[in-house]
Design a protein around this ligand. Structure first.
Ligand code: SF4
Length: 381
């Protein structure tokens, strides 16, 4: 694949055999959505993603049993593996021997060991990564900005997000650790563009990992991702990327294919016309091993079909696959659904409306959507 995108000058880091930044081609990555403890399925999906052109494959690890599975997965694949530490940064030293990159979220570091300084936690992570030849990703997300930065920049979540990332770059660089990339993500492509532009201007040499979280189902999820990636890549911003789509496992490799297609199109001057994203906006997470009920993917599809009648209304509906990230990531949506093992929680902004069985939640959503449309029409009148 020919890539002629002129990129800003960033330093090059290594993630196993994949280089990110510098003159390296833009690396496309993806994430397994299989249960990590299902070793055969996870190894098979890793191969599926690699065959499609993923230079790095991410796996979710939330507990020690999954660390045991990761140890075995490592023996069965040569893929460059990354792990996403969500709430539990303390798992880093357990996963580091088996992976090439660890992602930590600065907005989650305060969740455990509350008395320990963030700088000390980062120093420990850098030490673990350095002694295991691992890279790090500082992955900030609009849905989980560190509280001290939200307090410092009241009313400007984007600046809080960007400054949090910059602060962590400073911490790592002061420790002499340079094998890291940064990602600044949100489900809103305009925020992704703004955050990455601001960061790239402030810290031009740090490689950037691009992503639009919970972009949703194709084709809308692809369009949202293109909205952000086309703008940023065309400006030379972005050294690696992941396209997050809600897809069943057998189609998960399409994330990688779409990533390569976007890079190739931008490199060759092909920009699709981007539709106006006003109107009804359905966001859904790409799904991963944390999904507890596989009915989630069908639910996301059903929500899109059921809500077509409201397509002209500027309303965002978020459909999330799990109770780990679902509660927080749905707060900013007008209406949110997050999926548990047997019920789905319906929210209106941050407020819980109720829990519903998978078979009746669409009716409850429709009632809320109708009420919201009526309320807005009355307000407009
Ligand atoms: S919301 Fe949950 S299931 Fe969906 S991608 Fe995020 S962690 Fe995975």
């Amino acid at each position: 694949m020919t890539q002629q995108i002129q990129r800003r000058e960033t330093r090059e880091i290594s993630v196993g055999t994949t280089a990110i930044g510098g003159n390296a081609p833009i690396a496309v990555q993806s994430m397994c959505a299989t249960k990590t403890r299902d070793i055969d399925a996870t190894v098979a999906q890793t191969s599926q993603l690699e065959r499609a052109g993923a230079g790095i494959v991410r796996i979710a690890i939330d507990n020690e049993k999954e660390v045991d599975a990761l140890r075995e997965i490592r023996t069965q694949t040569k893929a460059n593996l990354a792990v996403d530490l969500q709430e539990n940064y303390k798992l880093a030293d357990k996963v580091a021997p088996f992976v090439d990159k660890i992602r930590y979220n600065p907005g989650h570091l305060h969740h455990i060991e509350k008395d320990k300084a963030i700088a000390d936690k980062v120093a420990w992570l850098a030490d673990v990564a350095g002694s295991n030849d691992c890279a790090l990703r500082v992955g900030v997300n609009c849905g989980s900005v560190a509280p001290e930065f939200l307090e410092r920049y009241p009313g400007d979540q984007l600046e809080a997000l960007v400054q949090s990332a910059i602060y962590h770059c400073g911490l790592l660089e002061d420790l002499g650790f340079e094998q890291f990339v940064v990602s600044l993500k949100d489900s809103d492509p305009t925020k992704v563009v703004a955050a990455n532009r601001r960061f790239a201007k402030a810290v031009p040499d740090v490689p950037l990992h691009l992503g639009v979280t919970e972009a949703g189902l194709p084709p809308q999820g692809i369009i949202k991702t293109r909205v952000a990636f086309e703008k940023l890549l065309a400006e030379g911003i972005g050294d690696t990327l992941r396209v997050s789509l809600t897809l069943p496992n057998e189609r998960k490799h399409e994330e990688v294919e779409v990533g390569h297609a976007i890079i190739n199109d931008v490199a060759n001057g092909r920009f699709i016309s981007v539709p106006d994203l006003s109107g009804l906006n359905i966001i859904s997470c790409p799904s991963c091993s944390r999904v507890e009920n596989e009915a989630f993917v069908n639910l996301a599809q059903d929500v899109r079909e059921m809500t077509e009648y409201a397509s002209k209304h500027d309303i965002t509906i978020a459909v999330m696959g799990c109770r780990v990230n679902g509660p927080g990531e749905t707060d900013d949506a007008d209406l949110g659904l997050w999926c548990g093992p047997s019920t789905v929680v319906l929210k209106r902004k941050a407020e819980k409306v109720g829990s519903y069985g998978y078979d009746i939640v669409l009716d409850a959503l429709r009632s809320q959507l109708d009420a919201l449309i009526e309320q807005r029409s009355a307000g407009a009148a």
